[in-house]
Design a protein around this ligand. Structure first.
Ligand code: ATP
Ligand code: MG
Length: 443
């Protein structure tokens, strides 16, 4: 097999994406890729070839190629890798409107004939066990491309708005989101944990870098099976000095709107195949609607859903509320006991915090959590004690309120939660290539 650097434009091979854009009509091309599907009828093989940039139909007529090539192609198994050359033709009958009429074909690897993923219904467990092969499916390709684009356009927005990317450690010693979902790791002869959020470190870094963001994995030992919790997920987090609750909600409105509009422009085809009308995203504009936690509780109780003031909104409550909205909306001013210790109590009503979660509509629920952080040393110390946390473990974090404290706010957006909503997925596991769930760390 000849090693070829696909970054070299002069490798002699064309990308399927290029061909599908109409660039080579009536020209001769060479492509290489995987046999995604095949059917034959009346002396013609119809090959669907996938090369990582797209899928194209390639037709091979018996009388247009050497007999050995036609017979070999007859035996060609799904997912075999091939190189082929031929003429590009515009043809409205072909998927995407273009096809290659094949003149030559070379098999690079004849795949085993028992590719496990067939054109029939497979249960979710089967597809998860065969995830390494299932990610080749059209559905997963579309989701993974949208995922990459979401992160690309988010970074674009951060660059345009002069944020600095910052990286916090993954191995940590002090919890920030509650001990029950901490993953314990043996760290030589002591215990450490996998990070749940960059929060505490981000607050240190704003005094160095100003406005910052990160896109990094977070880990939560979520013990319940839900459709919206992974144990390892990607977290897009922002922290900003000199920023209050209203300011941080504005930032989220602008960032998310930018991301959604860019996706509707650049990923319209992929979105449609997943059942999402790009127009749903394009019409979303700031400001987003805002209701308080108190109002949310009133709505729930009025609608016959028993809910006690003080509890955190769970799946059932959020689903109920989000079905009333067709755009993302904020719920603000959560009670102290429903939020992590670092959330700033509202000076006018200390039993609630200056917090806001952003909920996606259509039954999806929370996609970001955030708000204003405590900037006073004594208030922070009192909150740590109230939560039975040992101030010794948070000594360095407390220092930040001794040396140049500043009003500051931030939020964390769950990348997979956001993808699940945008792509209308039934389960968060399909928003990531290799999901980690309570009962799954393979493959
Ligand atoms: P939930 O109440 O739904 O468990 P949370 O309040 O624990 O969420 P935060 O600690 O505020 O979530 O985390 C910020 C964001 O990270 C959430 O808004 C959500 O989008 C995402 N997130 C949190 N936990 C998970 C998880 N286990 N899997 C995927 N995304 C998550
Ligand atoms: Mg949680």
């Amino acid at each position: 097999m000849q090693p070829i650097n696909r970054n070299c434009r002069d490798s002699g091979f064309s990308y399927v994406r290029e061909i599908m854009s109409g660039k080579h009509v009536n020209g001769e091309v060479r492509i290489h890729g995987w046999l995604h599907n095949k059917r034959s009828s009346g002396g013609i093989h119809f090959l669907l070839i996938r090369d990582g940039t797209g899928i194209i139909q390639c037709t091979m007529k018996r009388d247009k190629v050497e007999p050995e090539i036609f017979d070999l192609t007859d035996r060609l198994t799904l997912e075999s890798t091939v190189e082929l050359s031929g003429t590009v033709k515009k043809d409205p009958r072909a998927p995407g409107g273009f096809e290659i009429q094949v003149k030559e074909l070379k098999v690079i690897h004849m795949a085993h004939g028992d590719f496990p993923i067939a054109k029939k219904y497979h249960g979710p467990d089967f597809l998860l066990d065969n995830r390494h092969l299932w990610i080749r499916s059209q559905k997963m390709q579309n989701i993974l491309r949208i995922r990459a684009k979401i992160l690309e356009v988010a970074r674009e927005w951060f660059r345009m708005n002069e944020y600095t990317e910052f990286h916090a450690p993954i191995l940590i010693t002090a919890a920030c989101e509650g001990g029950s979902t901490l993953f314990n790791v043996k760290y030589f002869d002591r215990d450490a944990y996998l990070t749940q959020s960059w929060q505490l470190y981000a607050e240190a870094a704003i005094a160095s870098l100003g406005k910052i963001y990160t896109i990094a994995p977070s880990f939560r030992a979520e013990k319940s099976r839900t459709r919206r919790h992974l144990t390892e997920y990607w977290h897009l987090e922002v922290e900003i000095p000199w920023c209050d609750l209203n300011g941080i909600m504005k930032v989220q409105e602008e960032l998310l709107t930018y991301m959604l509009h860019r996706l509707s422009e650049e990923m319209a085809g992929e979105l449609r195949t997943l059942g999402r009308d790009p127009e749903d995203l394009r019409r979303i504009e700031p400001p987003f609607e805002k209701i308080t936690y108190d109002e949310a509780v009133d709505i729930l109780n009025r609608d016959g859903i028993n809910f006690e003031w003080g509890d955190d909104l769970g799946w059932i409550e959020e689903k109920h509320l989000t079905l009333k909205f067709d755009s993302p909306f904020f719920i603000t001013h959560y009670p102290k006991e429903a939020k992590a210790f670092y959330h700033k109590p509202d000076p006018e009503r200390p039993e609630v915090t200056l917090s806001a979660d952003l909920l996606a509509p259509e039954g999806y629920g929370e996609i970001t959590g955030g708000g204003q952080r405590i900037d006073d040393f004594n208030v922070l110390l009192k909150r740590l004690e109230e939560e039975n946390l040992n101030p010794e473990d948070y000594k360095w974090y407390l220092d930040l309120r001794k040396y140049g404290s500043v009003p500051h706010s931030g939020f964390g957006l769950g990348v997979e939660r956001t993808i699940a909503w945008i792509c209308k997925l039934d389960h968060i596991r399909d928003a990531i290539a290799f999901p980690r769930l309570i009962n799954r760390v393979y493959p």
